[in-house]
Design a protein around this ligand. Structure first.
Ligand code: DX5
Ligand code: ZN
Length: 219
């Protein structure tokens, strides 16, 4: 099970310090939300920020979540900035296959995400081309939102297809993931848990990561 603190919930006045906190917390991935003010109604940060923060974490896998309408222009800058994986959205349409190819050519892992209103069937044709499927459990654009329970059956369906087809992509959840909903997602078949508010907005990120890991790890 992979725990991925989302930097969107960190203290923007001390991002380097919070990246260090995450690096020391035992979490495997650092989730980086890239918002362009067009695909989603918010703007976060760009490649220069990721490049600056990369040296503050040697251990963590940088998971770059592109909520952007023109990811084509951003793949290389984020790859150079230190991304290990780049996630694009299925709502971008047919051109995502070209995006997968471009991400692979940059030597990075490929992630695919879908928003709550999007049917899980939309990602089915691409499951053998990806390393990671990110099921959005809130409408993207902001942290601190309520988890949308109607998204749980999508996780179950994706897990069933993965098993049927002998594939091994990760299944991640993102948005409103707290100690209760993380457990529900794990039972539905998720293995990557992106969480901002419930991890960064705590006194001890290390203790919060440990607690979430205990809750999602099958006994
Ligand atoms: C929302 C982002 C999420 C968000 C999660 O569009 O993709 O990664 O930062 O934050 P919480 O856990 O606070 O919902
Ligand atoms: Zn995200």
């Amino acid at each position: 099970m992979i725990i991925a603190p989302s930097l969107l919930a960190a203290n923007f006045a001390q991002l380097a310090k919070d990246v260090r906190r995450a690096d020391d917390s035992g979490a495997e991935w650092l989730h980086l939300d890239i918002m362009d003010g067009h695909f989603v109604p918010n703007i976060s940060f760009g490649p220069a920020v990721v490049q600056t923060l990369r040296p503050f974490s040697r251990k963590m896998f940088f998971d770059v979540h592109l909520m952007c309408s023109k990811p084509e222009i951003l793949l290389e800058p984020f790859a150079k900035a230190g991304a290990d994986q780049i996630i694009v959205h299925v709502e971008l349409g047919e051109r995502i296959t070209q995006l997968f190819w471009a991400i692979r050519k940059l030597g990075k892992k490929v992630g695919l995400s879908l928003n709550p209103p999007t049917a899980i069937a939309q990602v089915q044709p691409y499951l053998d081309q990806i390393d990671h499927l990110l099921v959005m459990t809130v409408n993207p654009g902001f942290g601190g939102q309520e988890f949308i329970y109607e998204t749980l059956p999508k996780i179950q369906q994706a897990a069933a297809w993965r098993k049927e087809r002998g594939l091994n992509f990760h299944i991640g959840v993102d948005g409103g993931v707290n100690f209760k909903t993380a457990k529900d997602c794990a039972q539905a078949g998720a293995d990557v848990f992106v969480s901002g508010t419930s991890l960064f907005k705590t006194h001890s990120l290390k203790a919060a990561v440990r607690k979430m890991r205990q809750l999602v790890t099958p006994t």
